[in-house]
Design a protein. Structure first.
Lengths: 238, 238, 238, 238
């Protein structure tokens, strides 16, 4: 059964024969391993071209800015998953990545719909990561239309929604990367890649000093059962 | 319900207040963003210390060596998943990561049990990535006991299993990273992190020039139904 | 850090003490295990109430209709994942489930945007599963406004898009289940639950008579590398 | 590149033409939808044969026994994932399934290695689900060698490890299903399938009365940062 009609039958990322692996037109073992840093290679893999030094610095800065922010929900999900399924490190990483969705680093708010990219539950005055990314973009003369729009929105928000909301790191990353020429359809990959690095640190710690079940025990105690019970049933003290 | 007894209730990776995010004892926005490359930050996140220049070069080399090798099964699973669920980029990455298991880059073999870390279905003479990683380790004076053991095993294999099998990239990476002081319990994270970069390149290409259903259509044609059918049923020509 | 404001702190699904597990107000071991079929229990878990006999029959019919349709992309992704990571059965199931997204059973079409719930690449005349589900709904006097709307859309489509497209199984399932009183926010769970059953069958077969790498080998041959190569590089015959 | 050598190129689960879908030799729309309950179909999909009434009752009983046990770690991971990525219901289910690993329902214990299938952190006297499953097996005259072995182990444990540990539900399920003729290589699918049903209930509740961030907030408070901080850094009161 053919699902969907697709007219493309090519890839332009890599090929190989018995002697050599070619990635983006370069010989992996002759030109890349040992010569390219990982950041350069990420840019090459995604865009097909090596980065300029400003592009490399912006990509490094965004990946470093977003890789780690403590025991956020996706890290908890990952550590709990490793605790329950220690045989599958890759499963625990996958569980963590699955939380890198539209509410990541969340400005979600039940009562008022959040403005994606603006505001932060902890960093209310300013998100220091966003400010730093904009500063680096200016240093690298890498600030263009996307950053400008992001700042215009920030300036207009108090008028529109009746309160100030500062640009957060999730709003700053697309702005600085798009101004650096990074492809828009790969933007969702940036927090995923960065967080994967953070997750590995957490999963190493989880193996050495496990807290996965401590987390889930505390979490379960925060929620009460509210529903019918059979006659005579008495909840345990937990 | 408390599952498992865990005596640890601490993490030493990061903390934050309203003004600053601290990672491994350093102020994220003052000391890390803009100053650390992603590779340095990965090493810091995982080990708690910045890398030496030899450690950085080995980590870069291993990540570059393993990030991309064409339309391998995990990449196909990822691209098919994006084709079927385009709303969830993170789900497609997760599907790709879930294939980073014990047979990754596979030397699996139905009839004869493979020796993990040795032999490769395509690179039979030598795995050029393995050779390159060992060469870099020697250049960096970073070759120690783990590399030595890996090479001793390679030398003894013909005698033990009756045929030569060369060290492959999956065998070389643990050897060079352990000799560089990388923690053994985080080794499984290296191919996952590297492949995540490769997957982003493929998922960008999948959005621009989709082949996910082309892949699955060709795959389905390679397998025939062999089982009972009701009277009168005639298979379509596919 | 508190991400998002959430005012609820209760669950009404289950509770337990050392002697008994209570689910939806019933004692699991006294009232449910041995007395409830799985379908009844699914309905109880999701809605809080046991199903009527018409509701049970509709839920059974939809789950049976959608559980299996051969080597579709999500099944291939799952079987390839088990081939690469045989240590994690749950990872292979998860990879399969991640393809249960918005293009599942796909009527995706590159050139023309598909109408979700209508048309099918293989079953062009009618989708026999959709017809059967509507027939059962009528038998059970379970046909209401949602089925009516689905059929009205089918009748109007030729006029709107210039060609007939019949209701497919992905369109019929919401219609019959909503008419049966199933909660709309749990509808996405139905294909996932059904497919999980199908995936277990495939993953058993994959262990007994593996084709995961056969699938990926054939798939890879369907796509050609089109891009630069270094001087002197010659692709292998594959 | 051909990874792994696989000699099989057939599947015996299903096939289709434009008019009919055949599953395990039966016409899906003529013989199965509307006639088979989901449990019967699960058994057929996995084993190739419809179940006897004793087999159906055992499969129903095991699925009902294990589908739901409150806010266990995998349910928390799933609800947190939906909170962070509400666009991908399938991703939240996948995250929950990834925790269905070797420590599921955990009898993990840091200090003493647990005996898989015996003992339970909450149900210390007996696991009422295990007892019920054995009772049903006896009622259905479905008790054979596997149940016998499970009980012999339970009887010998006090002598071997110096304390009694009762058979838990994770130990009882393989015993009763293997005695019923269920294939051993599909056993891992049973908790996954059952839990998927439970997860759908939780993910519906999560959409109606979200607690995902309540869970993660409470969990994060249970773990303290213990590591260096820059001069002058003061943790917030959380």
């Amino acid at each position: 059964m053919k699902i969907g009609r697709q007219s493309h039958t090519t890839t332009s990322i890599s090929t190989a024969n018995a002697e050599a692996i070619i990635v983006r037109g370069r010989d992996l073992c002759q030109e890349l391993v040992g010569h390219y840093g990982f950041t350069d290679y990420i840019w090459l893999l995604i865009t097909g071209q090596p980065p300029s030094s400003a592009q490399r610095r912006m990509l490094d800065a965004t990946l470093v800015a977003i890789a780690e922010h403590g025991l956020v929900p996706s890290v908890q999900a990952s550590r709990m998953t490793l605790a329950a399924a220690p045989e599958a490190f890759q499963g625990a990483v996958a569980a963590g990545i699955l939380g890198c969705g539209s509410v990541i680093l969340g400005a979600a708010d039940e009562e008022r719909k959040a403005i994606a990219g603006y505001g932060h539950p902890l960093h209310k005055g300013e998100d220091p990561r966003a400010s730093k990314l904009l500063e680096i973009a200016r240093e690298e003369a890498n600030d263009g239309a996307h950053i400008e729009i992001a700042l215009i929105v920030q300036r207009l928000l108090p008028e529109i929604i009746g309160k100030p909301l500062v640009l957060n790191v999730s709003g700053a990353i697309p702005a600085v990367l798009l101004d650096a020429g990074f492809p828009i359809l790969a933007l969702k990959g940036i927090p995923i890649l960065a967080r994967t690095a953070g997750l590995i640190g957490h999963l190493l710690e989880e193996q050495l000093r496990p807290v996965g079940f401590v987390l889930s025990h505390a979490a379960a105690r925060a929620v009460t059962y509210e529903g019918p019970v059979p006659d005579g049933f008495r909840a345990d003290d937990r």
